[in-house]
Design a binder for this molecule. Structure first.
Ligand code: ADP
Ligand code: MG
Length: 223
């Protein structure tokens, strides 16, 4: 089964009197467990592509399927629930809630899903990601690398089959980025979880099976 498919997806914005085709009849196939890196110039539409995959935005034309479900045809509450149960999202700026501990931030991912996950499962996942000792701390008391590991734990705790990551190491120094990439690669491999990762970093792209470049609204294999 295909984890994620874009079929002739077009997304355009009005710029004054003209239309800008950010994505232009774009095709994408991500197999189960496959990791794809998407690179491309700033403004080429990478975040737009991820938002569409997550069902946070809708295409103007075309169809988007996640594990056989046409997300682009669900209504908004259905998309929200589908995203919460099947996908994990990781962003450049972590998107953690400052007033909650690391543990509570991870647990929050279970809100909107029907899954019951025990405290020991959260602790086990945190152990795998090397953040168990800091679970009681709030984001402000964590390093950037620790915050991103918490965000990865939050993205994985409900056992999604697809991770969508937007420049996940963009705010980290090189050494910290490499640590985070290593735990991410390991966790995805162990879970047979697919990923689409937008990145500017060759090191980040290197943990993926395939690199594609977004150019003029379409994906082309990296040279
Ligand atoms: N809501 C929007 N309204 C109008 N233009 C947008 C909107 N979102 C993105 N764009 C434009 O679409 C293009 C692609 O944006 P984006 O997907 O964020 O690119 P990237 O992530 O590759 O830097 C940019 O030119 C951006 O200005
Ligand atoms: Mg972007």
């Amino acid at each position: 089964m295909t984890a994620l498919a874009f079929r002739s997806v077009t997304r355009q914005y009005s710029a004054g009197s003209s239309q800008v085709h950010v994505l232009d009849q774009l095709e994408l196939d991500v197999a189960e467990g496959q990791r794809i890196a998407i690179m491309g110039a700033s403004g080429s539409g990478k975040s737009t592509l991820l938002h569409l995959a997550a069902g946070m935005d809708l295409p103007d034309e075309g169809r988007i399927e996640v594990f056989g479900t046409a997300v682009s045809e669900l209504d908004e509450p259905e998309r929200t629930r589908f995203r919460a149960s099947r996908m994990g999202l990781v962003f450049q700026d972590y998107n953690l809630i400052d007033s909650l501990t690391a543990f509570e931030n991870i647990e929050l991912a279970l809100w909107l899903t029907d899954q019951a996950v025990s405290k020991s499962e959260v602790v086990a996942l945190a152990g795998e990601l090397g953040i168990e000792p800091v679970l009681d701390r709030r984001p402000g008391q964590l390093s950037g690398g620790e915050q991103q590991r918490v965000a990865i734990a939050r993205a994985l705790i409900h056992k999604p089959n697809l991770i969508l990551a937007d420049e996940p190491t963009g705010s980290l120094d090189q050494d910290t980025a490499n640590d985070v990439l290593h735990v991410l690669q390991q966790s995805l491999q162990d879970r047979q979880c697919a990923m689409v990762m937008v990145t500017h970093s060759d090191a980040a792209a290197a943990i993926c099976d395939q690199i594609q470049v977004l150019d003029h609204g379409r994906l082309v294999p990296a040279a």
